[in-house]
Design a protein around this ligand. Structure first.
Ligand code: FES
Length: 114
């Protein structure tokens, strides 16, 4: 299911039930061809960032959450869960970050209109 915000050209997609995303763990979803990692931080906020490491192919949501960063399970590059900013060491490109909202018991992720 999806709906379009005509002002921002954002298409909102239902990603999963809100209770699937728990603090301290990543939760990977796929919307179309886009893999996205969802995270819930200690303050309860939800965040969605690209789920493929920018170094090689690794699923970041299968990595290790350390505070507000996710550590790549393959070579330990670190990324900011809030912004997708890359802290290296081996990866050197940021991840995309996507808007998130909750409606009822669903988490929705906003993707740019194709
Ligand atoms: S694949 Fe993520 S740091 Fe190498």
């Amino acid at each position: 299911m999806s709906d379009i915000d005509s002002q921002t050209e954002t298409v909102w997609h239902v990603a999963c039930a809100a209770d699937r995303v728990v603090e301290g763990e990543g939760f990977g979803v796929k919307i179309g061809e886009t893999r996205i990692g969802l995270y819930r931080l200690e303050d309860g906020s939800l965040h969605a960032i690209g789920d493929i490491c920018t170094h090689e192919f690794a699923i970041l949501s299968e990595g290790f959450v350390e505070g507000d960063q996710i550590e790549c399970p393959l070579h330990q590059a670190m990324f900011d869960i809030r912004t997708g900013k890359c802290f290296g060491p081996l990866a050197d490109r940021d991840l995309p970050a996507f808007p998130v909202r909750v409606e009822g018991n669903d988490i929705l992720i906003g993707l740019p209109k194709a």
